[in-house]
Design a protein around this ligand. Structure first.
Ligand code: CA
Length: 257
């Protein structure tokens, strides 16, 4: 485990050099930053992620987390919501100003995910405690697989227009009336998946299959969280949405703009 104070040789690097990595034998192991003030839990999660082949760093409070996120540039941050001082929401907000890494938020209660809906915090996934370390490792893997999965199912790069909303799938760029809209990767992936099939009413499960992974297991409510963020950023009124329609009893569909 690597911390701010000590940098031990990581088992991840060894696994990488011996070529036993299943997901990549070329690239350096992905960097994961764990932010958790419960030290035993942080160490256990770190051990599991190291065994899975990642370069793991740990921060025990919010301030340290933001510093490490800046210096280490992790691909994924496993971020506990309940931290002393700077909490997970504030850490996420600060990290988002300089990084678009994946954020997997750990919450103490399932209801906290509901609270997060009302906040403009762009976590990519949520996991409620207590969780099995195996599940956490699986979630991290799913996040890291996503950009590649998106590339593999590319159906041609294009500009998609929905009224004054323009989605450029190649540049991963979204503009609304000519103004750039800053989206997290998850928000972009969701918009890209739905806009690829604009007439389809997606179930939450279909959205999860397209954006997360068919193997993703968890509360499908996560889709609502991201739709809420996306609507806010697109200036969509949930009662009269222009871009993301609610299809009662089903899920969501792209609006006409
Ligand atoms: Ca905590």
């Amino acid at each position: 485990m690597r911390t701010a104070t000590g940098r031990a040789a990581s088992s991840a690097a060894t696994a990488h050099q011996t070529g036993s990595m299943s997901h990549s034998s070329e690239a350096a192991p992905a960097r994961v930053l764990i932010v958790e003030d419960e030290k035993d839990l942080a160490r256990m999660v770190a051990a599991y992620l190291e065994r899975a082949g990642y370069e793991v760093h740990v921060a025990y409070d919010g301030r340290e987390a933001v510093e490490q996120a800046r210096s280490i540039e992790p691909e994924v941050i496993v971020l506990d919501l309940g931290l002393p001082g700077l909490d997970g929401i504030e850490v996420c907000r600060q990290v988002r100003t300089f990084s678009d890494c994946y954020v997997l938020m750990l919450t103490a209660r399932a209801e906290e995910v509901d609270l997060l809906v009302g906040l403009s915090v762009g976590a990519d996934d949520y996991l409620t405690k207590p969780f099995s370390p195996r599940e956490l490792v699986a979630r991290v893997l799913v996040l890291l697989r996503r950009p590649r999965a998106a590339g593999a199912r590319e159906e041609g790069h294009e500009q998609r227009a929905f009224g004054d909303l323009l989605i450029d799938t190649e540049a991963r760029r979204v503009t609304l009336a000519g103004m750039l809209v800053e989206l997290t990767r998850t928000e972009f992936d969701l918009l890209a998946a739905m806009s690829a099939r604009p007439r389809l009413a997606f179930t939450r499960r279909q959205i999860i299959d397209a954006v997360w992974d068919p193997a993703w297991v968890g509360d499908e409510h996560i889709v609502d969280v991201h739709v809420a963020h996306l609507r806010r950023k697109l200036g969509d009124d949930p009662t009269r949405p222009r871009f993301i329609d609610t299809v009662r009893g089903v899920g969501y569909r792209m609006g006409s703009g």
